[in-house]
Ligand binder design. Structure first.
Ligand code: SF4
Ligand code: SF4
Length: 179
């Protein structure tokens, strides 16, 4: 009797542990819906009065899945906010849901196609233009007074964020590398 009880308790602990492990990996996805805006090659969404940059997928991947972004059409997407950037997991179209990331947040496109991991938080940028002048590939431009990185030109050198000796890096820490 005692042996069965011990076995039952052990089994219960293992099951609860597995459930916790699984749920810890599962992010709470939020639904965002709003107008799109393209600034310097990057997409932003205005959702419930807030303005967020979108971390989507490479254009090729979006086109392969018949996702065409345009400021004329509102976007409905699920994702999580990381440093004021929405990491998009799913895009809702009229007749389907397109998956961009798996439930753990891993991209569903070829990783080697992903370039340009640095993003600028538009709410923290004060428009000083310091990062624009130090970028070696002219990847940063000013759009409506805020700096925006063109991911296609960015080589991930990190100078805009950390500096290069002369430049001390973004004064407001608005630039962050997205993993
Ligand atoms: S250095 Fe920072 S605050 Fe200045 S323009 Fe660039 S991102 Fe904005
Ligand atoms: S990481 Fe380097 S290449 Fe990319 S935007 Fe910053 S300075 Fe330019």
């Amino acid at each position: 009797m005692l042996k069965s009880l011990f076995l039952f308790i052990t089994l219960l602990i293992v099951v609860i542990g597995s459930i916790n492990l699984f749920s810890a990996e599962k992010p709470d996805l939020e639904l965002f819906e709003g107008k799109l805006k393209n600034m310097g090659g990057e997409w932003f969404i205005i959702s419930d009065g807030d303005f967020f940059q979108l971390a989507l997928a490479p254009e090729d991947f979006l086109l392969e899945n018949n996702v065409v972004l345009t400021p004329k059409e509102p976007l409905k997407a699920e994702g999580v906010i990381v440093d004021e950037v929405i990491s998009v997991f799913r895009i809702h179209t009229n007749d389907s849901i397109i998956e961009l990331r798996d439930i753990s947040g891993n991209p569903l496109w070829q990783e080697d196609k992903q370039i340009g991991h640095y993003k600028i938080n538009p709410k923290m940028c004060i428009g000083c233009k310091l990062c624009v002048s130090v970028c070696p590939t002219d990847a940063i431009s000013m759009v409506h007074g805020r700096a925006v990185i063109n991911a296609d030109k960015c080589i991930d050198c990190g100078i805009c964020e950390n500096g290069n000796g002369d430049y001390q890096g973004c004064p407001t820490n608005a630039i962050k590398k997205q993993e």
